[in-house]
Ligand binder design. Structure first.
Ligand SMILES: Cc1cc2nc3c(=O)[nH]c(=O)nc-3n(C[C@H](O)[C@H](O)[C@H](O)COP(=O)(O)OP(=O)(O)OC[C@H]3O[C@@H](n4cnc5c(N)ncnc54)[C@H](O)[C@@H]3O)c2cc1C
Length: 245
């Protein structure tokens, strides 16, 4: 990817779609910045009961905290700021925040649910108005403007957390595939899985032996114990039009 920009990938919006996209681009060593302003809509959920892997459900605010931590461990930088405008540049894009800071990146993933005002300065983005605003894309999130992608609910995905998270991952992979990073799959395989068949380990994949696998499993257990040690302190956010007594 062009190195004249500060970042390879700028993700605008830090809900499940944006964070999942970042987990993939960050792990592919693309310099990824996630800029989020405000609360992901999932913070309004009372108890999330249809996200695979949590048979008795999970506190949605805890899941968001875990996704944010995951994106950071994958190498993403995260910032709290509102993007107010986006412009095309010779090397990609420049995004300006409400306080006047500018972030540059070769590729941008918009994952802002129904916020599209910052896209006004970009020619060729098709905005769909259906009571709320959405962005027209192909099935991998490409908007038609080279380097600009949309993910999650903004890209008209069904309004379900697992679906927008999966779409974010798919869009993150599209960004990798469209870049010049050598890539096959993001896979961790047991030692010998490729090399035992005289195959090179494909780019993006890793082989690990039993000791390293056990070390990683222990680390994952420690991390999850810490996340699940206590109930999450935050209550769901009520709909703004509901009057609280
Ligand atoms: C009450 C309620 C309960 C729900 N319960 C469930 C459920 O049980 N199961 C289920 O599957 N789904 C549920 N959902 C739906 C689920 O929350 C959404 O599908 C999902 O969170 C959408 O994710 P997203 O990443 O596309 O958008 P979001 O999570 O909304 O992320 C968008 C982010 O972008 C930020 N942003 C917007 N504009 C800008 C800007 N200009 N600059 C920077 N940041 C910006 C927003 O503040 C937000 O943080 C529920 C939704 C609601 C409202």
């Amino acid at each position: 990817m062009a190195s004249a920009t500060e970042h390879d990938v700028l993700i605008i919006g830090g809900g499940p779609a944006g964070l999942s996209a970042g987990i993939f681009t960050g792990r592919a060593d693309l310099r990824t910045l996630i800029v989020n302003d405000g609360d992901p809509i999932l913070r309004r959920n009372a108890h999330l009961e249809n996200y695979p892997g949590f048979p008795a459900g999970v506190n949605s605010r805890l899941l968001l905290d875990m996704m944010a931590d995951h994106a950071e461990r994958a190498g993403c930088e995260r910032r709290e700021a509102r993007i107010v405008s986006l412009e095309s540049t010779d090397d990609g894009f420049a995004a300006e925040t409400a306080s006047g800071e500018v972030f540059t990146a070769s590729a941008v993933i918009a994952a802002t649910k129904n916020t599209v005002d910052f896209l006004e300065g970009i020619d060729g983005v098709e905005i769909i108005e259906r009571g709320k605003s959405f962005v027209e894309t192909d099935d991998r999130g490409r908007t038609g403007v080279p380097g600009l992608y949309a993910a999650g609910r903004l890209a008209l995905q069904p309004y379900q957390t697992i679906i927008v998270a999966g779409h974010g991952a798919s869009v993150g992979r599209a960004v990798i595939e469209d870049s010049d990073v050598a890539f096959y799959h993001d896979w961790i395989a047991p030692e010998g899985y490729f090399t035992g068949r005289d195959r090179e380990i494909p780019p993006g994949c890793e082989e690990i032996g039993p000791e390293e696998r056990k070390r990683r499993e222990r680390e994952s257990l420690d991390v999850m114990r810490e996340f699940f040690a206590e109930p999450h302190p935050d209550d769901p956010i009520q709909h703004p039009s509901v009057r609280e007594e």
